[in-house]
Design a protein around this ligand. Structure first.
Ligand SMILES: Nc1ncnc2c1ncn2[C@@H]1O[C@H](COP(=O)(O)OP(=O)(O)OP(=O)(O)O)[C@@H](O)[C@H]1O
Length: 310
């Protein structure tokens, strides 16, 4: 498949002190980030963090309230139309046309971009092949599985050969097989040179896919880096996870070992996981103890807390 244009500036998105206010609510509170050509960049954050609001400003469908924003080196305030033509979007909710076949969904969509019909048909066929949907080309939308619909959305977002692909929760609600299938396709697209920005609540998805990511909360960017960098910087050590009982927490306090409580479990960061696990298992009969490396999920919970967001 055709990759992004080599004349594209190296910074596909540049945001400096970007702000979005909805009346008295500041949804995005002066964030600064940039996305480089060919990167797969993630936005993570609890509900209401400001991810979708940021994506809407990047897609030029919602004006900013302050700060600077450049997409492909252009300002959405003055060049929104031009920028929109060069972006492919996969929304969180399905908005495929239920009355059309798989193939016709793609071809009709191409009309928004004034792509000649014969070119659109060729491109639709090649994208259906890429997303392994060619056998379904005449099928109507309601007969597709959730995973197929997501793949078709992805195919549709690429009909205009965009320079930037924006995916809002690309694998939400899919089973593990379908998620892995989508991941494989996204990694292929990245390998071909596409610039991809995604939002996700799945930390394993972000860890596996993203070159770099930001974690947002309350309209601010808390951290930015590659998944490995963030785990090294914020967790650094292995984790011993055990049952949250009064006896265990009393013992850890007595031994001056710091720990975090996450519902039914206690997590302890340690550079001697085996030793600590053995001590706990010796001391507390029948207790469940596991050791594991620190993960992006640990970073996320450490930075954004465990309080449920509505
Ligand atoms: N059109 C709007 N009018 C008023 N407030 C809004 C509007 N859109 C979003 N908000 C508010 O802005 C804040 C950020 O919302 P946003 O949808 O960007 O968060 P998010 O990180 O994408 O969350 P989620 O993970 O739930 O999709 C929230 O408090 C939300 O209620």
């Amino acid at each position: 498949m055709n990759t992004s244009d080599s004349s594209l500036p190296n910074q596909v998105i540049e945001a400096t002190g970007l702000i979005k206010r909805y009346r008295e609510l500041t949804a995005v509170n002066g964030i600064t980030f940039s996305v480089t050509k060919g990167e797969l960049f993630g936005f993570l954050g609890p509900n209401g963090a400001g991810k979708t609001t940021t994506m809407k400003m990047v897609q030029c469908v919602s004006p900013r309230s302050g700060g600077e924003l450049k997409i492909f080196g252009e300002d959405p305030e003055f060049s929104g139309r031009n920028i929109r033509k060069r972006i492919g979007v996969v929304p969180q909710e399905t908005n495929l046309d239920p009355d059309l076949s798989v193939f016709d969904n793609l071809v009709m969509y191409a009309r928004f971009f004034d792509i000649p019909k014969s070119d659109a048909e060729k491109r639709a066929l090649s994208l259906l092949e890429f997303f392994e949907l060619e056998a379904k080309m005449d099928t109507i939308i309601e007969k597709l599985s959730g995973g197929m619909k997501r793949r078709l959305h992805l195919a549709r977002s690429l009909m205009n050969n965009p320079d930037l692909l924006i995916l809002d929760e690309p694998t939400i609600g899919l089973d593990p097989q379908a998620r892995h299938h989508i991941w494989e396709k996204l990694l292929k697209l990245r390998a071909e040179g596409h610039t991809i920005v995604l939002t996700t609540h799945y930390l394993d998805e972000a860890a596996r896919l993203c070159d770099r990511l930001v974690i947002m909360d309350h309209g601010n960017i808390l951290v930015e880096g590659s998944p490995d960098e963030l785990v090294r910087a914020y967790i650094g050590m292995d984790i011993v996870e055990t049952d949250n009982t009064d006896e265990v927490s009393r013992y850890l306090n007595l031994m001056n070992i710091s720990f975090e409580i996450g519902g039914e479990t206690i997590q302890i960061r340690t550079d001697k996981p085996r030793e600590l696990a053995n001590i706990l298992m010796d001391k507390f009969q029948g207790i469940r103890v596991i050791t594991r490396p620190g993960s992006l999920e640990d970073v996320f919970l450490m930075l954004t807390g465990r309080r449920i967001r509505e």
